[in-house]
Design a protein around this ligand. Structure first.
Ligand code: SF4
Length: 77
């Protein structure tokens, strides 16, 4: 999965770094910093919590599988 955080929307509320400290932190300005833009599946639940708690909807979780085009099965023959 891929994770993005829009610093232009961040209000420095801090929920993300508390919910998923392996993925998010704060810069010196207090705004979100993504530590790991492609975290493993073991971080999915924590990132989902951070995404849901973020009051400015700055965090987005993008499924890697959604970005890859599906391959069709070869015709049976
Ligand atoms: S939870 Fe949202 S508003 Fe708060 S620091 Fe993280 S990205 Fe910014």
């Amino acid at each position: 999965m891929k994770v993005t955080a829009d610093r232009s929307r961040c209000m420095a509320a801090g929920h993300c770094a508390i919910s998923a400290p392996a993925v998010f932190d704060h810069g010196e300005d207090g705004l979100v910093v993504v530590l790991d833009a492609e975290p493993g599946e073991d971080q999915r639940r924590a990132v989902e919590v951070a995404e849901n708690l973020c009051p400015s909807r700055a965090i987005a979780l993008l499924d890697a599988s959604a970005a890859a085009p599906a391959q069709g099965a070869p015709p049976a023959g």
